[in-house]
Design a protein around this ligand. Structure first.
Ligand SMILES: Cc1cc2nc3c(=O)[nH]c(=O)nc-3n(C[C@H](O)[C@H](O)[C@H](O)COP(=O)(O)OP(=O)(O)OC[C@H]3O[C@@H](n4cnc5c(N)ncnc54)[C@H](O)[C@@H]3O)c2cc1C
Length: 492
């Protein structure tokens, strides 16, 4: 295959590798002949992540980024040695979990060496007394959860991408699962880890329930987007598999009513594992046959855990929902949600019609939640070509929410898909910032949000840049992400 036949999207900052043969030989020396590939079929497989615009590019014969080498290391020393060598040769290294990221985090925008973590796939220990599991970070999410379930446990971390994402990817993007209101997000679940710094040093963070040992450096790697270190091993909290599960759903007259009900539930320190509010557009899309929810806002709840506690959670959840004009829709909508919760066929259905389609998740305090929701809807409706903008709210705190927008639209004449995609992203993010929201809830920064980081973090962005420079003076590890704006013409 000749890659020149494809249009390369991210080509401007590609690294120049003079002696490819030499690098390939050294990589083979480090990880073994079978764990390095420069075959076209492998190179092609690592040109993208699951950024939805990637579907449009594939249909148009375009590829996002082009790596030079793919490696599958088998132990932490090999990762360390690859990084040491890459620093000598000034070749980029890109950690790759399962490529389910949706913000361009794993795209090799400058070429270089892919470190695929798939051979780091073992569960190392389950400790019943401490309620922990230790695993290598390339492990597939579903394999980890199935293994735990077979022993009577769960991590409670069930992202929609469970089947297609890895533990390392969750940590790198600060992921959140569907049951997060009860079990927490990955940062609440993670207790200890091992990581390799960009220059090859291997470091460990003790597994400990809590510590007062100075600034908690491990936080740098949770949400680091694979730019500050490669996480190789992690210890997570686990829980006995829930004894009881109750399914509840209510339809509310407005999004404000649903917000009020959920806020009141959480104020009582009642944490249904799953809470999902679908705005009226998504309610009609996902629950068209529920008559009571017509033109309304559907909310599904799942309470789980100890039977007596679940009964109490159910009671209070129903009480608060009814107090705020909720109409009981029974268990069927929640059963439907369980059946379809991993189904995302609509995302690949749009590109053949030349529609640019994507999702953006953001966060806000309760007092700004309605404003964020309406600002995004209004600004997107004004943008030419937009054919849909809808939302659901899927992550909750006593203090605020994570809102998840879905949009689709057709680029104007002479506009590329990427230009239109960037315009939609910038329109949404600007509306969120203007309404006092935060630019990312759980998909991470990657490429798509890098140029908004300065606005989001203010002066602390300089501190972050300094940390990156200190740990990675040659900018070897996952360059072009988080700190660097490689989108040109992004609007602020
Ligand atoms: C259909 C679908 C549903 C999704 N649902 C959810 C959801 O419910 N919740 C959610 O949070 N996200 C969700 N996502 C997004 C995505 O699954 C997450 O961002 C996930 O955490 C990425 O994991 P991955 O292993 O696929 O990482 P990749 O895409 O391979 O990589 C993501 C980033 O992590 C870095 N990285 C990977 N492994 C390591 C490592 N070991 N050490 C350091 N850096 C590393 C990469 O360099 C890259 O920057 C969804 C995505 C899809 C396509």
């Amino acid at each position: 295959m000749d890659f020149k036949d494809f249009e390369l999207i991210y080509k401007e900052n590609r690294c120049e590798i003079k002696d490819k043969q030499k690098i390939e030989s050294k990589l083979k020396e480090i990880v073994g002949d079978n764990n390095v590939s420069t075959k076209d079929i492998d190179i092609l497989a690592y040109t993208k992540d699951t950024s939805l615009i990637g579907f449009n590019w594939t249909l148009q014969g375009q590829i996002a980024g082009l790596p030079d080498f793919v490696t599958w290391p088998e132990n932490v020393e090999q990762i360390s040695n690859i990084l040491k060598f890459a620093n000598q040769e000034k070749v980029p290294v890109i950690p790759y979990g399962e490529g389910s990221g949706v913000v361009g985090g794993a795209i090799p925008v400058q070429g270089g060496i892919i470190i695929d973590m798939k051979k780091f796939n073992k569960v190392l220990e389950i400790n019943d007394k401490n309620l922990t599991v230790t695993a290598q970070t390339g492990i597939n999410g579903m394999n980890l959860e199935r293994h735990l379930n077979s022993k009577g446990y769960t991590t409670g971390h069930i992202p929609q991408s469970l089947y297609i994402s890895s533990l390392g990817g969750w940590i790198a993007h600060r992921a959140a699962g569907q049951f997060s209101t009860k079990y927490g997000k990955i940062e609440d679940i993670l207790l200890g880890m091992e990581a390799v710094l960009p220059q090859g040093e291997i470091i460990n963070f003790k597994t400990i329930p809590r510590a007062s040992t100075g600034p908690q450096l491990d936080k740098l790697f949770i949400g680091g987007g694979g730019t500050l270190g490669i996480v190789t091993k992690a210890t997570l909290k686990i829980w006995p598999y829930p004894a009881k599960r109750t399914l509840i759903s209510y339809a509310f007259p407005s999004i404000e009513d649903s917000f009020k009900a959920v806020r009141q539930i959480l104020r009582e320190q009642i944490y249904p594992a799953v809470i999902r509010i679908y705005d009226s557009f998504e309610t009609s899309r996902h629950f068209p046959d529920i008559e009571k929810a017509k033109d309304k806002v559907m909310v599904v709840f799942v309470c789980e855990g100890n039977s007596k506690l679940v009964e109490l959670e159910e009671l209070i959840t129903k009480e608060k929902s009814e107090k705020n004009s909720g109409v009981d829709c029974g268990v069927h909508p929640v059963e439907h949600w369980f059946e379809t919760r991993f189904r995302v066929t609509e995302t690949s259905a749009m590109p053949p019609y030349k529609i640019v389609f994507d999702t953006i998740e953001v966060a806000s305090l309760w007092e700004d939640a309605s404003r964020v929701y309406y600002s995004v809807l209004e600004s997107m409706k004004k943008l030419q070509g937009v054919i849909m903008i809808t939302a659901h709210v899927s992550h909750f705190y006593p203090n605020g929410v994570g809102i998840y927008f879905t949009f689709g639209g057709a680029p104007g004449k002479g506009q590329t898909d990427l230009e239109y995609y960037q315009k939609c992203w910038d329109t949404i993010i600007k509306a969120v910032i203007d309404a006092n929201g935060s630019i990312a809830h759980h998909h991470g920064i990657g490429i798509n949000r890098a140029h908004w980081m300065e606005t989001e973090l203010g002066r602390s962005m300089n501190t972050l840049r300094r940390i990156k420079k200190l740990l990675d003076p040659n900018d070897i590890l996952n360059p072009g992400k988080v700190y660097v704006d490689i989108w040109k013409g992004g609007e602020k």
